[in-house]
Ligand binder design. Structure first.
Ligand SMILES: Nc1ncnc2c1ncn2[C@@H]1O[C@H](COP(=O)(O)OP(=O)(O)O)[C@@H](O)[C@H]1O
Ligand SMILES: [Mg+2]
Length: 570
């Protein structure tokens, strides 16, 4: 392209330019001697306003700009798994400046391609072959969206660079890597109703506030309540095929720690490294702030890419509030009329555009795949009524609210049963019933009821004293404590307990619920409440640290043994 624009004004990430005829909204530009990437966010007569995705220090009026003739895109191909990228999906260590769609890590090596297609005509989403050395998952090479027709040519098995054609479909060459505009959802055939849980290994989530594969969840919580730890636990232990971790505006050293931890973990599914199924998109607090905006869409686009291959992908974004703050900062520089608390009027639609890309789908190639979206929200001062938290709640199916008091009491994860919800619990209960655990829904209902009643009685006991309560209610209070401390608490640092397999979660919850019912029977039969309250119940509280999945039988014997002891004592 020959037109050269000229920079007129620079205000932080906001750059005003002119002499860019024909440039359209959302086009990508490259600006200045460094060719900084920037996206057009306003076209007004001859003037164009762009948001720069890199630091604009040194950019002066009169600097040149060139349009790339395409929107903000991510380059998708083999080589993403195990990688660390910036918000524009450029390999972080190697690409400090943007040089246009030139060579990247993706292009610098050859991949082993095995052709699979055996049809004369192919449709978008159809499989052309597999890259066998792009990580532990088969990397399916699909006919890109928008292309279909005669398969003119298919490359023989061999080694290919990502920019070399491996097929020609209706005259169009298909390469292993391709650009995709990150703000546009990748197409699919049909949205399916998701009824299968995304197992997280975290008991309070899996047993009480589950999330379905292809659904959405948000984790609002004040500073230090455990959002990052919880999201990292999910990244480590969830049963998705691909994990896309977007570090958005959070501290860089936290990201570095997270990466080091992931790299050290072995993958329970493949025996390889867990990082080999992970894509990290990092736009930390020290990086140019508009990159946060890009990183959110880039992350979800990468997840859709793997969804289209028939995988379950999860996008974890920490924190969506830092992204919203970038939107707010930029909006204030444009002089746009602010809405609530200075956020732009488009905040709700921006959040919707992110969360709505979640889903379980039938892909163009007739596979089933999903994108699950999980976002942290960091409300200033822990105020859950602020705009980002309030708007986010409109778009998520599951909410894991972290409670400051629980965190202070070192009850981790600090997911509160009062302010959290799951809108898919009935459907997931039906899935468990059909998949070997018919008790799941009943167990959950009993746990939720016990937590609620124990909270209500605790408030009452504060007023009148525990001993004034009837024995049955005293057992509810005791049961609430056993449930909170013995089941819901789960240390991220524990070698035995950091991940709780579903059968172990079920066994631990059954243990506590059965002991509570047993205690109720004892007091009904006239057993004094004090003697149960004063008995040593610590074996129950220790069970989660003591018995791994391989020792569930011992865990199951604990309840009956304890009840027998209580019954025998006066
Ligand atoms: N599940 C957990 N197990 C053990 N410690 C936890 C857990 N969750 C949070 N913590 C503690 O809380 C601290 C703050 O958590 P963090 O995730 O960084 O908070 P946030 O991201 O909300 O600011 C952690 O450094 C850790 O000590
Ligand atoms: Mg954090």
């Amino acid at each position: 392209m020959n037109e050269r624009g000229v920079v007129r004004r620079v205000n932080g990430p906001l750059v005003e330019l002119d002499h860019l005829p024909g440039v359209a909204m959302a086009d990508l530009l490259e600006i200045g001697a460094q060719w900084l990437p920037a996206e057009v966010v306003e076209v007004r007569g001859g003037r164009v306003v762009a948001q720069a995705y890199e630091y604009t220090g040194g950019l002066a009026a009169g600097a040149p700009a060139r349009p790339l003739g395409r929107p903000l895109c991510a380059r998708l191909g083999p080589g993403l798994l195990g990688g660390v990228f910036d918000g524009l999906l450029r390999p972080l260590a190697t690409a400090p400046t943007w040089l246009g769609p030139g060579p990247s890590i993706v292009d610098s090596r050859e991949w082993t391609f095995e052709p699979r297609a055996n049809l004369a005509t192919v449709a978008a989403g159809g499989e052309l072959g597999v890259v066998t050395d792009a990580g532990p998952l088969a990397h399916r090479v699909l006919v890109p969206p928008g292309i279909e027709g005669t398969l003119d040519w298919l490359a023989p098995a061999g080694r290919y660079r990502a920019d070399q054609p491996i097929a020609t479909v209706a005259g169009t060459p298909v390469t292993l890597a391709a650009w995709w505009p990150v703000r546009r959802p990748r197409p699919f055939h049909a949205r399916l109703v998701s009824a299968e849980p995304l197992l997280t290994g975290q008991r309070v989530l899996d047993a009480v506030f589950p999330i379905a594969k292809g659904a959405t969840a948000a984790v609002p919580g004040g500073f230090g309540t455990g959002k990052t730890v919880l999201l990292q636990q999910i990244a480590k232990w969830c049963d998705a095929d691909v994990i896309v971790y977007v570090g958005c505006g959070e501290r860089g050293n936290e990201m570095a720690d997270a990466m080091a931890e992931l790299a050290a973990l072995s993958d329970p599914r493949t025996g390889g490294r867990l990082t080999d199924r992970t894509v990290i998109v990092a736009n930390t607090s020290n990086m140019a702030i508009m990159g946060r905006e890009a990183s959110i869409y880039t992350g979800v686009t990468v997840a859709e890419y793997y969804r289209d291959m028939g995988y379950h992908a999860v996008v974890i974004a920490d924190s969506t509030s830092r992204w919203a703050e970038a939107l707010r900062e930029f909006a204030s520089r444009t002089g746009a009329m602010p809405a609530e608390e200075g956020y732009p009027a488009g905040l709700a639609s921006a959040l919707a555009a992110f969360y709505e890309r979640a889903g379980l789908v039938r892909t163009l190639g007739d596979a089933t795949g999903s994108v699950t979206v999980i976002g942290a929200v960091s409300p200033p001062g822990g105020d859950l009524t602020e705009p980002v938290t309030a708007q986010t709640q409109r778009f998520v199916r599951t909410l894991w609210t972290l409670d400051r008091e629980l965190a202070y009491a070192r009850h981790y994860p600090a997911v509160t049963w009062r302010g959290s919800y799951c809108r898919d619990a009935d459907r997931l209960g039906a899935w468990y019933a059909g998949n070997g655990d018919p008790e799941w829904a009943g167990r959950r209902a009993r746990a939720v009821a016990l937590l609620g009643e124990a909270d209500r009685l605790a408030a009452l006991a504060d007023l009148v004293g525990v001993t004034a309560l009837p024995a049955r209610e005293r057992m509810v209070l005791l049961g609430g404590r056993l449930l909170r401390e013995g089941v819901l608490q789960q240390s991220a640092l524990s070698p035995v307990d950091a991940r709780s397999a579903p059968e172990r979660t079920a066994a631990l919850l059954d243990l506590v619920l059965d002991v509570v019912s047993g205690c109720q029977r004892l007091v009904e039969a006239g057993h004094p409440a004090e003697s149960i309250e004063q008995a040593d119940l610590s074996p129950i509280l220790r069970a989660r640290e003591e018995f791994g999945t391989d020792r569930l039988d011992e865990m199951r014997r604990l309840g009956p043994a304890l009840l027998a002891r209580l019954e025998a004592s006066p």
